[in-house]
Ligand binder design. Structure first.
Ligand code: CA
Length: 418
């Protein structure tokens, strides 16, 4: 696959995240206008509300873009997803005959505010990166018990909260919580001292199901992917996580990137899950490559200072694909809904610079990181801005996710003050 050329010049730059091959879906507003659906192309956004109202996009009897979220399009199913992508590709291609109709519907991205691209129905987060699970397990339970006995057989997850999912750019306030350090004999209610990020990819379910589905059916049901930062309070987590797993440690916020990169755009970048030491049960087996080759990075900028790259890894490091996670999620008969968001789990590679959390990068706070600015970090400090970025690299083009950022606000002085 090579670059598909567009009449939007900025979409033809080799380093744009948003060439014609990508066409990711977001929600934007300009000045005091209403939020509406848009499609990124180069440094512009195609206004889908206006495109539909003017008949340039006309896929269904009922309008799809009179609402500021993509769930209605998702509910139409894969045939309409494909028809929309084909229509957008025609309208924006180099020699498009309808350029004159489309050009007035473009808005400069620099003038736009980006919003949540979907209504998140429910949020589930997995723990499916082998290097991450091994690192964290080693710190929490020792190298001998790093991976729990089930880990190589099922993708471990927990049911999170849709209510705490926020769009990139939303500030994140350091939480308070109950913690207990091993050198204190009593728990205390304090501001989190070990606030952390988790580099993840989120899969968005685009087709509902009601009963067990196969890995192939699960793959077909996935609409697209976003960058996802699962903010984590490690000191709260260490005290609360047994026996039911994380709860308040993961409930402050989860940030997602504003652009949904469709499964269709990522198709040329499929890759296999890794070699396994135990054969998976049949209902969880891959039938074809289900992961994607997506380069990922994390930068940290202390307040008022320049950003340093603290981690670089790839989504191909996952042990389980989103399709396997979704198939496993459905095995009990759990109904899955359009707009469900599945976090991949923290993505870490085998070497230290590939670790997708500060917990791993600073090895539980024992090995502080030195940033390019000379500042050191074990965990996040107030005012730090974290930015995730990712793209799949093609020849002369890339399928980018844009960025997913968040800045840490100080804890409230008294969380119960009224
Ligand atoms: Ca997580």
């Amino acid at each position: 696959m090579t670059l598909l050329k567009s009449w939007v010049d900025s979409a033809n730059n080799a380093d744009t995240d948003f060439p014609l091959n990508n066409l990711p879906y977001g929600v934007f507003s300009v000045t005091d206008g209403d939020a509406r659906c848009g499609v990124a192309i180069g440094d512009m956004i195609l206004d889908m509300y206006a495109a539909e109202e003017q008949g340039v996009i006309d896929l269904t009897d009922e309008p799809l873009f009179d609402v500021p979220f993509w769930n209605e399009l998702m509910e139409q199913g894969p045939a309409v997803w494909a028809a929309l992508r084909a229509r957008l590709t025609d309208l924006l291609a180099e020699n498009a005959t309808e350029r004159g109709l489309v050009e007035p519907l473009l808005v400069p991205m620099a003038d736009a505010t980006l919003h949540m691209p979907l209504v998140v129905s429910e949020f589930t987060d997995f723990y499916a990166g082998r290097h991450h699970a091994t690192n964290v397990g080693t710190m929490f339970r020792g190298a001998e018990n790093a991976l729990p006995p089930n880990w190589l057989h099922i993708p471990i997850g927990y049911n999170g909260r849709a209510s705490s999912v926020v769009v990139s750019g939303t500030d994140v306030r350091r939480p308070w919580g109950q913690l207990k350090s091993p050198d204190h004999d009593k728990p205390a209610f304090l501001p989190c001292r070990r606030f952390d990020l988790e580099l993840e990819l989120g899969a968005i379910v685009g087709m509902a199901s009601d009963g067990p589905i196969s890995v192939d059916e699960a793959d077909a049901a996935i609409f697209g992917y976003v960058l996802l930062n699962d903010w984590s309070a490690r000191d709260i987590q260490a005290w609360e996580y047994q026996p039911l797993g994380p709860f308040q440690a993961k409930a402050t916020a989860t940030s997602v990137s504003p652009w949904i990169v469709t499964k269709a755009a990522l198709e040329p970048f499929r890759t296999n899950t890794p070699e396994r030491e135990f054969e998976l049960l049949d209902h969880l087996k891959d039938t074809r490559p289900m992961l994607y080759d997506i380069d990922l990075s994390v930068t940290l900028a202390p307040a008022g200072k320049k950003a340093s790259t603290i981690a670089e890894t790839n989504y191909n490091q996952m042990y389980y694909s989103a399709a396997q996670q979704l198939a496993h999620h459905s095995t009990s008969g759990c109904p899955m809904n359009v707009g469900d968001l599945l976090g991949s789990g923290t993505i870490s590679g085998p070497t230290k610079p590939e670790r997708g959390s500060l917990l791993e990068l600073s090895w539980g706070g024992k090995e502080p990181l030195t940033l390019d600015t000379g500042d050191t970090r074990t965990f996040l400090e107030d005012g730090d801005t974290l930015t995730l970025a990712g793209h799949a690299a093609g020849t002369g083009y890339r399928i980018g996710f844009g960025t997913c950022t968040g800045t840490i606000l100080p804890a409230l002085s008294d969380p119960y003050a009224r």
